[in-house]
Design a protein around this ligand. Structure first.
Ligand SMILES: NC(=O)c1ccc[n+]([C@@H]2O[C@H](COP(=O)([O-])OP(=O)(O)OC[C@H]3O[C@@H](n4cnc5c(N)ncnc54)[C@H](O)[C@@H]3O)[C@@H](O)[C@H]2O)c1
Ligand SMILES: O=C(O)C(=O)C[C@@H](O)[C@H](O)[C@H](O)COP(=O)(O)O
Ligand SMILES: [Zn+2]
Length: 368
């Protein structure tokens, strides 16, 4: 990818998503949204050695008066905790960050969610610039302002809506991304095709090999198109009171899997977020087919695409269906009346549904 794409997210707190190569060297772009002189660079132990110095240098060159510090956490979902969040706040305190300070979230969705939440809470809210370095973070987590950490009881249970003031996705960083993490990001890309646009689903089917190979121009198109779908829905429903919930397709199942496995995706003893969402989308499609809402062949089409992208599509062995169902009761779409699922009508259309019987859910999770 050689040229830069931009996607604007409209709303009370509008911001721009910039997508292109070598953007982390661009000090003017990075400092553009900054108001004060304090910058906290938050990253993880995989990403910081690769990219933190170039970001710090670019910031300092563009704005020599900046006071810059770093908070680097160990990698992995099991580190998206209140304890690491507190450490991040302690770093802001050490920096002496004033209310016009900026947090730069350099990394995948774990860093973005945690750093965004710290920015949402420090002095009741300071600016955050998202610098996503995974495909998943570029197409999904850096956009839309959902920030959070996990509890042992459930995913993203403590958090806030806090939109970034800019998203700068340097696609050159994807060159160092492990293949497994690239595939995880493709799960969320498939999600947009499944729920919003059958033509995009067809485009993904025609480009599976290029996507898995990480071919730059094809990836860039997938990122820009995904950001457009997400920008549109979060602009009209920033607080998930309506159809933003469609972005949760596959997540009621996926989050239950991640929680039940103890967030062990990074250690290889469990699924990571994108993988869990891939399995979750297949389960949600099967549930929709079982309820007569989707055609079984559409559910099979989705499963085949995810398989061709190298993603898991079946529940990992050893998970207890009743335990998964119990986990789902803390899903954020649930209300006093019970669980709500994103059901799928087949390619390009979905809706949020209450009143799905436990027996139907258990039937797609298999025998206990
Ligand atoms: N806020 C949202 O709207 C939203 C949306 C989707 C997902 N999420 C959250 O995002 C998280 C998953 O994000 P993720 O898939 O990016 O996982 P991640 O942040 O754990 O990153 C995956 C791995 O890739 C490494 N990495 C990141 N960039 C790299 C690079 N360029 N080169 C080499 N290694 C690199 C990381 O260190 C980590 O080991 C989950 O916590 C999920 O809940 C949030
Ligand atoms: O932005 C959204 O809205 C999403 O639901 C995007 C999801 O891909 C993401 O995983 C999100 O963090 C899930 O949100 P949650 O509210 O179910 O925790
Ligand atoms: Zn997700």
């Amino acid at each position: 990818m050689t040229s830069m794409h931009t996607v604007d997210v409209a709303g009370d707190r509008a911001y721009r998503i910039s997508i292109g190569p070598d953007l982390l060297h661009d000090g003017r772009l990075l400092t553009g949204p900054m108001r004060g002189r304090h910058a906290l660079l938050v990253s993880d132990e995989h990403v910081a050695p690769l990219y933190a110095q170039q970001v710090a240098d670019a910031l300092q060159q563009a704005r020599p008066e900046l006071v810059i510090d770093r908070y680097v956490l160990p990698p992995g979902e099991h580190e998206k905790t209140l304890a690491r969040f507190t450490e991040c706040l302690d770093s802001l305190a050490r920096l002496g960050a004033t209310r016009d300070a900026t947090v730069f979230a350099l990394g995948g969705g774990v860093v973005g969610d945690l750093a965004g939440f710290a920015a949402a809470c420090w002095m009741r809210g300071i600016d955050v610039v998202q610098l996503p370095t995974t495909l998943l973070a570029m197409v999904d987590s850096s956009v839309g302002g959902k920030t959070a950490v996990d509890l042992p009881a459930g995913k993203n249970l403590v958090g806030a809506f806090h939109p970034p003031c800019a998203v700068i996705a340097d696609t050159s960083t994807l060159r160092s991304l492990p293949a497994r993490e690239l595939r995880a990001g493709l799960a969320e890309v498939v999600k947009y095709g499944a729920i919003f646009d059958v033509t995009f689903l067809g485009w993904l089917e025609r480009n599976t090999d290029a996507l898995v190979a990480g071919q730059g121009d094809v990836l860039a198109e997938a990122i820009a198109r995904s950001c457009r779908y997400k920008a549109e829905v979060v602009a009209r429903d920033p607080f998930e009171r309506g159809d933003r919930a469609l972005l949760n397709f596959g997540h009621t199942f996926g989050h239950a899997i991640e929680t039940e496995q103890g967030y062990a995706g990074a250690t290889g003893d469990g699924l990571n977020h994108g993988e869990a969402v891939a399995v979750g989308m297949v389960l949600a499609a099967n549930l929709s087919a079982a309820l007569g809402i989707a055609a079984p062949e559409d559910a099979q089409r989705l499963r085949t695409l995810l398989e061709r992208l190298g993603l898991p599509t079946a529940l990992p062995p050893g998970l207890d269906p009743a335990a998964l169902l119990a986990r789902m009761r803390l899903d954020k779409k649930a209300d006093a009346r019970g669980l709500r699922f994103i059901l799928w009508h087949g390619a390009g259309e979905a809706h949020i549904a209450a009143g799905v019987e436990d027996a139907a859910v258990l039937s797609v999770l298999g025998p206990a």
